[in-house]
Design a protein around this ligand. Structure first.
Ligand SMILES: [Zn+2]
Length: 473
């Protein structure tokens, strides 16, 4: 197998990637906090993670990907209270919106989408371990991680908290901490907040704890790759490393891969600038999702990507070059034996794409290989030298590399309009019956999968004492 290299945030070096289990790779990707629609900055990260997933699979590894849904935190609680809705009712449409966005951008589904609110016992168990080992303490019904007990704290981000913050009391609502640096593992419930029972009273997990407990549940105590945006490195991922390795005594994650920010018109996205576009807002302005996906996958993940209406137009133009070649090829007549130029071009395409991906996901080099093929094939068409079977071979070669890009076949994107009507009532009822059967046999992974599938199709399910009810969202 080809040598794969990634830039590992842990250690900040480009290094050879060797999965823990030969032939397979486990990937954890931090998912959305479902208090609103994802903005395009979030979506750049999710499309990058999809590109990583597809690249690993193209390079011959079997991928297991987990992406969590943060459906309880300060923001979801605050906004659901403001809206006068339960947490579930408040987050359900945003979970649905998230899956719709993935669908729109042709992001492949992860194997698991665990929800924080469905993994509270796992989080409590891990906090108990940290307490037993002296890495945590209880204060006023909350539990905190004791940074002073972790000698290597800061090993991921390189941050040194040893001096500046020690003992400072930064915020009035954090007075119960021993040390201002400590972070919360479990938050005691405030009046009117949704809460779960725990050995320390009613409360809810801290955000960092969610990802540690859920990644370990699905991928084990040590796994291959953990991803997120660069803004997750500190404190979120640093705290995940600290609590996970303190709890297990084992290395948590081998390779940390972080994608850079998306800029809009050269500026950081922010509410005040009004440039935090959601995907739906862009679609309303007539921007093609296919061009957005192309723009996202064409930039290297470790470079800031500047989103402008011009850059989307340039992406659409690049795709048009591929589409035009397809069109010309389809109407070219095949004469004589296969073209040697095309045979060589196809051979080179597969090699060049694989080499580029294996080199820290060099997307621009991989796409350059696609455009080299486009040029070569155009030349053969102009010479009238397209031979027997060449048309089919070129289309197959493009389809093969499109397993990674997910954007090169215009047909894949047109079908979306035809499928917009979605599932029939009968199909929905059938899937719901399958879900009930799965629940009865305690196959919760399957029942969750069906629920997510339905949700991805815009179907909202509500479980009532009379059985499940559904409606179109
Ligand atoms: Zn996370």
């Amino acid at each position: 197998m080809r040598e794969i290299r990634f830039y590992n945030t842990l250690g900040r070096t480009l290094e050879t990637f060797v999965p823990l289990q030969a032939g397979a790779v486990q990937v954890y990707t931090c998912g959305p906090t479902v208090y609103g629609h994802a903005h395009i900055g979030n979506l750049r990260t999710f499309v990058f993670e999809d590109f990583l997933r597809r690249s690993l699979s193209y390079l011959g590894l079997e991928v297991t990907q987990v992406m969590n849904l943060t459906d309880v935190d300060d923001k979801t609680i605050q906004r659901s209270n403001e809206a006068g809705l339960s947490l579930d009712d408040y987050t359900a449409p945003f979970i649905q919106s998230f899956f719709e966005d993935l669908e729109t951008l042709h992001v492949e589904r992860a194997e698991h989408y665990p929800r924080a609110t469905e993994h509270i016992p796992e989080m409590i168990a891990m906090i108990e371990t940290l307490l037993e080992k002296g890495f945590a303490y209880v204060s006023d019904g909350s539990v905190f991680f004791r940074i002073a007990a972790d000698d290597d704290y800061g090993r991921l981000s390189g941050i040194d908290l040893s001096q500046q913050m020690r003992g400072e009391r930064v915020a009035s609502d954090e007075y119960e901490k021993e040390d201002a640096r400590d972070f919360v593992l479990w938050k005691a419930a405030k009046e009117g907040e949704p809460s779960w029972d725990s050995p320390w009273g009613l409360g809810r997990p801290g955000w960092h704890m969610e990802c540690s407990a859920m990644s370990m549940k699905y991928l084990g105590e040590s796994f291959d790759i953990h991803c997120g945006g660069v803004d997750n490195i500190f404190p979120h991922h640093e705290n995940e490393v600290a609590q996970s390795e303190s709890a297990t005594g084992k290395p948590f994650v081998k390779t940390w891969i972080h994608s850079e920010h998306l800029m809009v018109d050269g500026a950081k996205m922010s509410k005040s600038l009004g440039n935090q576009y959601t995907l739906k807002e862009l679609l309303e302005r007539g921007i093609e999702p296919r061009a957005i996906r192309y723009l996202f996958v064409s930039a290297h993940y470790r470079q800031k990507l500047n989103f402008t209406f011009d850059s989307v137009a340039a992406a659409a133009n690049a795709l048009e070059r591929v589409d035009k070649m397809r069109f010309r090829l389809a109407s070219a007549s095949e004469n004589g034996g296969p073209s040697a130029t095309i045979t060589a071009a196809i051979e080179r395409l597969g090699q060049d794409v694989a080499n580029a991906l294996a080199n820290d996901l060099n997307a621009s080099e991989a796409l350059a290989a696609v455009f080299q093929l486009v040029r070569d094939v155009n030349k053969v068409i102009e010479q009238g030298a397209v031979g027997q079977g060449d048309r089919e071979r070129v289309i197959a070669a493009l389809a093969d590399v499109d397993r990674v890009f997910g954007v090169l076949d215009p047909g894949d994107w047109q079908q979306d309009d035809d499928a917009a009507d979605g599932l029939s009532d009968e199909a929905i009822e059938g899937l719901l019956a399958d879900r009930q059967a799965a629940r009865k046999s305690r196959d919760f992974a399957e029942s969750d999968r069906i629920r997510d599938e339905l949700q991805g199709q815009g179907i909202l399910i509500e479980d009532t004492p009379q059985g499940p009810r559904w409606r179109r969202g």
